[in-house]
Write a protein that binds this ligand. Structure first.
Ligand code: CP
Ligand code: NVA
Length: 313
């Protein structure tokens, strides 16, 4: 099979393909060294234009466990920082490595790199999406809840950020009913909402956008939050505290959810802002499993993408 596939946003995989990747991730979690498609070692370029702890460690270790070598660089130190074009960079890196993993700003940058690369390009977080995180989130939810079809997930906070968008797209792909509870003016971007609605029509999932956090928590099987100020938004001139206070994930909000609801946060957490210590460290929280699952989910994703290129698995 030689089919070049990229993973730039959550709906780049079909519902069946997403399920296949998650099942593979669960198998790799049990048997971490079962797949060695990067034996050689073959290389993966892992480029960061924003800070990272989890993504950096989980990709570098995951690539090593798959038998490969990760070339991890700060994009600002490469010629990208001196305006070599994204397309030329994609062409050149494709001659050295078997996949490119990239954390950057605008989604169009990923599109441009992918259009010229001849190896899979993976979005390690952009302004618009964080699809690798959501694969880990879905793996974590499957571990706790089994089949996700018809389960209810509510996200509280900045509805227009990468986590909100990826939970929408990736969540409905998994059959989850997704609710976004966000202050007025921080709703999901319309074109992403439209893409999520299209995917939801295929899976039978529902989408709700509301500014009422208490109503949004009612009946939730999973409650998710994220920072109110994403990387790059520090000086955007918006009030990213006042309007968000009613959306803080605290014990009172959690009390409205299902009794066995789980709490997710991609981390890093801003304790006392979007989530309280009591909730983050409490019995409903699965955030440490969620962080671990980045490793397993991303390994599965790489195995899956490389297999489509005829490279093992
Ligand atoms: N959740 C996440 O992507 O964390 P890092 O920014 O530390 O990689
Ligand atoms: N929304 C956050 C996620 C961090 C992993 C950000 O982009 O900063």
């Amino acid at each position: 099979m030689t089919e070049l596939r990229h993973f730039l946003r959550d709906d780049d995989v079909s519902p069946a393909e997403q399920a296949e990747i998650l099942t593979l991730a669960a198998a790799l979690k049990k048997n971490p060294f079962a797949q060695r498609p990067l034996e050689g070692p073959r290389g993966v370029g892992v480029i960061f234009e924003k800070n990272s702890t989890r993504t950096r460690f989980s990709f570098e270790m995951g690539i090593a466990q798959l038998g490969g070598h990760a070339v991890v660089v700060d994009g600002r130190d490469t010629q990208l920082g001196r305006e070599e074009t994204l397309a030329d960079t994609g062409r050149v890196l494709s001659r050295y490595v078997d996949a490119i993993v990239w954390r950057t700003f605008e989604q169009v940058r990923l599109d441009e790199m992918a259009s010229a690369a001849t190896v899979p390009v993976v979005n390690a977080l952009s302004n618009e999406f964080h699809p690798c995180q959501v694969l880990a989130d879905l793996l974590t939810l499957r571990e706790r809840k089994g089949d996700l079809t018809g389960r209810n997930l509510t996200y509280f906070g900045d509805g227009a950020n990468n986590m909100s968008h990826s939970l929408l797209l990736g969540g409905v792909t998994a059959g989850l009913n997704v609710t976004i509870a966000a202050p007025t003016g921080f709703e999901p971007l319309p074109w992403i909402l439209e893409a999520a609605r299209k995917r939801a029509a295929e899976t039978g999932a529902t989408i709700t956008v509301t500014d009422d956090p208490v109503a949004a928590a009612a009946g939730a099987d999973a409650l998710v939050t994220d920072t109110w100020t994403s990387m790059g938004q520090e000086n955007d001139g918006l009030d990213r505290v006042g309007p968000f206070r009613p959306f803080r994930l605290d014990a009172a909000l959690l009390a409205n959810a299902e009794p066995d609801a789980v709490v997710l946060h991609c981390l890093p957490a801003h304790r006392g802002e979007e989530i309280t210590d009591e909730v983050l460290d409490g019995p409903h929280s699965v955030v440490w499993d969620e962080a671990e699952n980045r490793l397993h989910a991303q390994k599965a994703l790489l195995v899956w993408l490389l297999a489509r290129r005829g490279g093992g698995a």
